[in-house]
Design a protein around this ligand. Sequence first.
Ligand SMILES: C[S@@+](CC[C@H](N)C(=O)[O-])C[C@H]1O[C@@H](n2cnc3c(N)ncnc32)[C@H](O)[C@@H]1O
Length: 288
Amino acid sequence: MKTSKNIIALNCNLRLIDFILKGVAMENANFKMKTSTLKPPFAWIGGKSKMAKAIVERMPLHTTYAEVFGGSLAVLYAKERLGTKYNEVINDTNLDLINLHRIIQTRPQSLQLELNRMLNGRDLFLDSKVKIPRNNIEKAALYYYSIVHSFGGKGDNYAMMKKARSPKNIYKGFQVYAQRLRPVSIENLDFRDFIKQYDSEGTLFYLDPPYVGTENYYKNKKTFDLKDHKDLCEILKNIKGKFLLSYNDCELIRNLYKNFTIEILETHYRINMKAQGVKREELLVRNY
Ligand SMILES: C[S@@+](CC[C@H](N)C(=O)[O-])C[C@H]1O[C@@H](n2cnc3c(N)ncnc32)[C@H](O)[C@@H]1O
């Protein structure tokens, strides 16, 4: 008697689980992440502004959004928050960049005031590289200044375009970014530690690592290398959460990720202001 009651209870539980799983599958199938038109306040090498909408539209349902290689945060800015009980965390190993995001998040007006105090010219650009800042706001302002005045956001060569020369074009208001970043946690970790810390069944990792062959474009203490590309792949093979990964189309990456879904995204980009659009293919790898 007791056994048949147990069997009935077990059957009911199985049907309930089946019902829940079907419900979750339906919800996932119908899910579409909402996009936003907000663009980052500065350009960044390898920045995803042009592709951000396509990337966001491919995101599955999740409860925690974790962006591992944040850069200018083009992808975070291109997506809307999923309600209030939703976690968002961004990361980058570049401390100057992370300080800038933190100041935009917490002191947008002070940053603007600091920038407005600065003169708009080549001397200041050179100065910004040697000056020792008084505090993190000045540090963020100098760093921001060096990015917006350099070619492609690299922060090394001075390259002001005529259109951007007026201060009002450079020092745009940071309030809208501060508002978007308010609920977002900001980390400054190596990708290995970051992924370990934020992995969970509900996590979606978006990853945009330095591309194969362009690793030395980023001025970090340690340049991304082959071991890093391989470590990243090993870690992603074993996570509990989901991942969506951008990469350049090359043999190394196709080989490393051969057991995952790989989609080709075609994009047009301009090498310089006069050049025609050039077609480039990017990979989007995912485990869902
Ligand atoms: C391709 S960029 C990301 C661009 C970003 N998606 C955007 O739209 O601006 C790669 C970023 O990875 C960061 N990075 C390099 N090595 C890293 C590491 N070991 N851990 C975390 N971030 C790293 C770089 O500082 C750089 O900002």
